[in-house]
Ligand binder design. Structure first.
Ligand SMILES: NC(=O)c1ccc[n+]([C@@H]2O[C@H](COP(=O)([O-])OP(=O)(O)OC[C@H]3O[C@@H](n4cnc5c(N)ncnc54)[C@H](O)[C@@H]3O)[C@@H](O)[C@H]2O)c1
Ligand SMILES: O=c1ccn([C@@H]2O[C@H](COP(=O)(O)OP(=O)(O)O[C@H]3O[C@H](CO)[C@@H](O)[C@H](O)[C@H]3O)[C@@H](O)[C@H]2O)c(=O)[nH]1
Length: 442
């Protein structure tokens, strides 16, 4: 019977998963090598922004059902199931995923496990990893305990992580033994009771479902953004095009929002890692289209900068630009590979004075690009601006009207790089207004 669960790695994924498991009624131990994170989580504080998660963590820390430690050996003789949720970031100077954290976590577990248990990988990994780690676990763990590996990829979205954890669209588990499927059915019994689709398969399929899903989502976004390049040249309305496409139920409207493109700690690095992995397998050509998707995506950031420059008469030097939004998406403080932050930095490098406002992301952004001018309020950021650029569609930016900025900006110039405002409203109020995906008259 599964009673105690450990979660190795308590970042965006692991902290959410740990709290989710506690909510399902298990006793949970979160383990991380970062003592600062552990100290905060142990107090019931969240080291990052995720709606609904602080309440969940605090409740279960207070009840004693959820604990955190920096000492993985505490999990060894205690947990029945160990989830591995450590990072797999892009390797510097290569497209491949850095597997050192996953390898270290599984090696550490093998060293400390002293009771029969199941190790379950949740991190996003190159296909073939689970089979390799299963061997590693068998070789390095004690011979008198029964330890096996399973792979259970995670599909949660930041900003919606709690609901995605508690009510997933589907559950995928890759195993080598039928009894490990039963163990995972027990862990996810509540979701299964709600008839959540359950896919029990082999390691390779489980690993590939994850990267295929992200590759598909990235492709959908780049697909509409490729059409943005066309409508920017010949005219046409990219939003109407997306709506009309989306009515075809075979296509669907989701992930067809044209703008400055995708970023974050997942989509960009996952499509690169997939290309790298298939190359290793001698299938270089198979995923070559993903390189094109990556390029289309990165060109959107460049376009936001060149359009800003065009709007400012061809020169950014000394001009004051307000950038609204530096997180890679709303409802998160995550600035990993953020299009908005990248655009802000490029504007700065081109000579502009860049004032940034983001409801949650400034502290993380300032660690990466300390020389941007981070403001506490939107009014402060847009004060005396020659151009305002909206790069992340936070609700408060989506609700902006020309009247809100009247009297604050130096020049009425606005670039909506997420396509969320009404162009007619801003143009009627006398603004020089542009959107990515639309022809700009100048
Ligand atoms: N963030 C998401 O929304 C999301 C969703 C699905 C899947 N994933 C995947 O989950 C994995 C984790 O992503 P993340 O965004 O949570 O990363 P993260 O960087 O926020 O968290 C990773 C954590 O692992 C810890 N860690 C590293 N090595 C460790 C070790 N040996 N033992 C214990 N802890 C260790 C780090 O200190 C860090 O706190 C990645 O593979 C990612 O692709 C992430
Ligand atoms: O129509 C759209 C939809 C999204 N985006 C951008 O795409 C990026 C990724 O968005 P989203 O997928 O919502 O965020 P993540 O939290 O990174 O989630 C993705 O990556 C996770 C980690 O692998 C997976 O678990 C999720 O299923 C997958 O959606 C963000 O920069 C968005 O602004 C667009 O530009 N247009």
């Amino acid at each position: 019977m599964v009673k105690n669960i450990s979660v190795i790695g308590t970042g965006y994924l692991g902290a959410t998963h740990a709290a989710g498991m506690a909510e399902l009624g298990f006793d949970v131990l979160g383990v991380d090598v970062d003592p600062e994170k552990i100290e905060k989580l142990s107090r019931g504080d969240l080291p990052f922004h995720e709606p609904g998660l602080p309440e969940l963590i605090r409740r279960h820390v207070d009840s004693g059902r959820l604990r955190f430690t920096a000492d993985i050996s505490e999990a060894g003789d205690w947990a029945d199931v160990h989830f591995v949720a450590v990072g797999t970031p892009q390797l510097p100077g290569s497209n491949g995923a850095d597997m050192t954290f996953v390898d270290a976590a599984v090696t550490d577990l093998a060293r400390v496990i002293s009771k029969d248990s199941l190790v379950v990988g949740k991190s996003t990994v190159p296909v073939g990893t689970a089979r390799r780690l299963s061997r590693l676990l068998a070789e390095q763990s004690r011979q008198d305990v029964d330890v096996a590996l399973a792979w259970n990829p995670e599909f949660l979205r930041e900003g919606l992580a709690v609901q995605d954890t508690l009510r997933p669209d589907r559950l995928v588990v890759g195993t080598e033994r039928p009894e490990d499927v039963d163990t995972l059915r027990e862990v996810y019994a509540e979701a299964l009771g709600r008839e959540t689709p359950w896919i029990a398969t082999d390691f390779e399929t489980a690993e590939l479902v994850k990267v295929a899903a992200n590759a598909f989502l990235a492709t959908k976004i780049s697909f509409i953004n490729a059409f943005s390049e066309v409508t920017e040249t010949v005219g046409g309305d990219i939003r109407t095009l997306a709506d009309a496409l989306g009515h075809d139920t075979r296509i669907g409207r989701k992930f067809l929002n044209a703008g400055v493109g995708f970023g974050g700690g997942c989509l960009p690095k996952d499509i690169r890692a997939l290309q790298s992995r298939v190359s290793e397998l001698g299938l270089d050509h198979t995923m070559r289209f993903l390189s094109e998707m990556d390029q289309i995506n990165l060109r959107r950031r460049e376009r936001a900068v060149t359009l800003s420059e065009q709007m400012l008469g061809g020169d950014l030097e000394g001009r004051r630009v307000a950038v609204l939004g530096v997180t890679f998406k709303p409802l998160s403080d995550d600035v990993r590979d953020s299009p908005g932050l990248d655009v802000a930095n490029r504007l700065y490098v081109a000579g502009a004075h860049v004032a940034v406002y983001d409801p949650e992301g400034s502290a993380n952004a300032a660690k990466r690009f300390p020389r941007l001018d981070y403001c506490d309020t939107l009014a402060e950021a847009v004060g005396s601006a020659d151009l305002v650029v909206l790069t992340t569609e936070w609700d408060e930016f989506k609700a902006l009207t020309p009247a809100d900025l009247e009297g604050l900006v130096a020049q009425r110039r606005f670039l909506d790089a997420r396509n969320v405002l009404s162009s007619a409203q801003w143009k009627d109020a006398g603004w020089d207004f542009a959107q990515l995906g639309r022809f700009y008259e100048g």
